[in-house]
Design a protein around this ligand. Structure first.
Ligand SMILES: *Cc1c(COP(=O)(O)O)cnc(C)c1O
Length: 393
C-alpha cells in the first residue's frame, strides 16, 4: 500500500483508502457495524478468508490505520489497538498465558501492571517473579520450567531505569521465552524493541502517542502468531478502541517525530540545569552521562525522551512543598502531554508502599518526576527554579 520507508513519511502518508468524497484527511468511521454485500461475503469475512470489517469491536478503518502506522514504525508484523494501555497489557498477558505459567518481570513496572500480577493473576494460578534490572546475572537463575514470558518496562516509570534489550533478547532466545516490552516511555520513534529480539512492543497510547492529553488508548504490535492469540482474547472480551480515539491517535502520529525531538531537547536542557542546582540531590535522565545505564541508553534509544526525575533535598515534606509551589507546571497523574507535568510518587502513586518497598523500585522520598512538555524551556525552568527556592527551609 505504501512504498515510503522513512518514519515521518510513514506517519503521515499511511492512510485509509479515500472514499467517494475524495477527502484529503481520513474521516471518522463512527459506525458500529459494516454491511455485507452478499451472504457469501458475510461467510467469507467470518471465516477469515477475506479481509474486511465486520463489527467495530473486531476492527474499524480508524483503528486499522492507527495500528498499521505503529506496525510500520516498529517494524513489527501485526498488531491490535485497545481501549487503554492497561487493556493492551492485560490482553497480551491473558491472551498468551494459561494457568500454571510463570513470567519474569522487571521490578518497578507500572502500578496497574503490578496490581494485575499480584491481585488478579493469583486467581488464575499465573505466577511471576520480580527481577532486579541492576543485576542481570539474577535473570537466568530466576527462569523456571514453567516460565513462558519475560515482561519488562524500559525506561521504567518513574525511576527511569534502563534494561539492555540486546542482552535480554539473547536471553529470551536461548530459553525460548516470549519477550514483551512496555515501550510507552520511548515511543516507536525513540526505541524499537523488535530490533533486539523482542516479540511484542506495548504502548499506552494515552501518553506520547496522543501527546496532548485528550484520549485513553493502547496498542500492541509484534509477531503475527502471538498477535493472533491476543486478538482472539481482545475480540471476545471487548476492549475495543473507539473510532474517535483511534482517529485522534492516528492524526497525532503525524507529529510524533517532531514532538519527541522537542520533548527530548527540553528534557535534556532541564536535566542539565537541575544537575547544577544547589537544592537538588541527584538527577536521572537516560542521556545524562551520570545515568547508571547511560551506555545502554545510548545504544538502544535514539533520544533521551521527555521524562526527567530528580531528588529534591529534604525528603517527603519538601517534595510536597515543591509541588505546591509550582505555578505553571500541572500537578497531574498523566505524562507525555504538551503541558509539563510534575508528580511526587512517594506521596501519591506509591504512597501505599513502605519506605523499604519504595527504595526497591528506586523511589526516594524526595523524588519528583517531570514530564517535560513543549512550552518554552525558559518558562519550564523558571517555574521549577522558583518553586525549589520557595520550598527551601
Ligand atoms: C500509563 C502507562 C500504562 C497504562 O496505560 P493507560 O493508558 O493509562 O491504561 C502502562 N505502562 C506505562 C509505562 C504507563 O506509563
Amino acid at each position: 500500500m505504501n512504498e515510503h520507508e522513512n518514519f515521518e513519511t510513514l506517519a503521515i502518508r499511511i492512510q485509509t483508502e479515500r472514499g467517494k468524497e475524495r477527502e484529503h484527511s481520513t474521516p471518522i468511521f463512527a459506525t458500529s457495524s459494516f454491511v455485507f454485500e452478499s451472504a457469501e461475503q458475510a461467510r467469507a469475512l467470518f471465516a477469515d478468508e477475506e479481509p474486511g470489517n465486520i463489527y467495530t469491536r473486531f476492527s474499524n478503518p480508524n483503528s486499522s490505520e492507527f495500528v498499521e502506522k505503529i506496525c510500520r514504525m516498529e517494524d513489527m508484523e501485526d498488531g491490535i489497538s485497545t481501549a487503554s494501555g492497561m487493556s493492551a497489557v492485560f490482553s497480551t498477558l491473558a491472551g498468551l498465558l494459561k494457568s500454571g505459567d510463570h513470567i519474569l518481570v522487571s521490578r518497578s513496572v507500572f502500578g496497574s501492571t503490578h496490581q494485575i500480577l499480584t491481585q488478579i493473576f493469583p486467581k488464575w494460578n499465573i505466577d511471576f517473579t520480580y527481577v532486579d534490572i541492576q543485576k542481570p546475572e539474577k535473570w537466568a537463575s530466576a527462569i523456571k520450567r514453567t516460565t513462558k514470558m519475560i515482561f519488562v518496562e524500559t525506561p521504567s516509570n518513574p525511576a527511569l531505569d534502563i534494561i539492555d534489550l540486546e542482552w535480554l533478547g539473547k536471553l529470551s532466545e536461548k530459553h525460548k521465552l516470549i519477550l514483551a516490552v512496555d515501550n510507552c516511555f520511548s515511543t516507536p520513534y525513540i526505541q524499537n524493541p523488535g530490533k533486539y529480539g523482542a516479540h511484542l512492543s506495548i504502548h499506552s497510547a494515552t501518553k506520547y502517542l496522543d501527546g496532548q492529553g485528550r484520549t485513553i488508548g493502547g496498542v500492541v504490535v509484534g509477531k503475527k502468531e502471538l498477535i493472533k492469540d491476543i486478538r482472539f482474547f481482545a475480540r471476545h472480551t471487548g476492549p475495543a478502541l473507539s473510532p474517535f480515539n483511534a482517529w485522534v491517535l492516528s492524526k497525532s502520529l503525524e507529529t510524533l517525530a517532531i514532538r519527541m525531538e522537542k520533548h527530548s531537547e527540553n528534557a535534556y536542557k532541564l536535566a542539565t540545569y537541575l544537575e547544577n542546582h544547589s537544592e537538588v540531590e541527584s538527577v536521572k535522565y537516560p542521556f545524562l552521562p551520570s545515568h547508571p545505564q547511560y551506555e545502554i541508553a545510548r545504544k538502544q534509544m535514539k533520544l533521551g525522551g521527555g521524562i526527567v526525575s530528580f531528588q529534591v533535598k529534604g525528603g517527603i515534606e519538601r517534595g510536597r512543598d515543591f509541588l505546591n509551589g509550582l505555578e505553571m507546571l500541572s500537578h497531574s497523574a498523566n505524562l507525555g502531554d504538551t503541558r509539563s507535568i510534575a508528580t511526587h510518587p512517594a506521596s501519591t502513586t506509591h504512597s501505599k508502599l513502605s519506605d523499604e518497598e519504595r527504595k526497591l523500585v528506586g523511589i526516594e522520598p524526595g523524588l519528583i518526576r517531570i514530564s517535560v512538555g513543549l512550552e518554552h524551556i525558559d518558562d519550564i525552568i523558571k517555574d521549577i527554579d522558583s518553586s525549589l527556592n520557595k520550598s527551601k527551609k
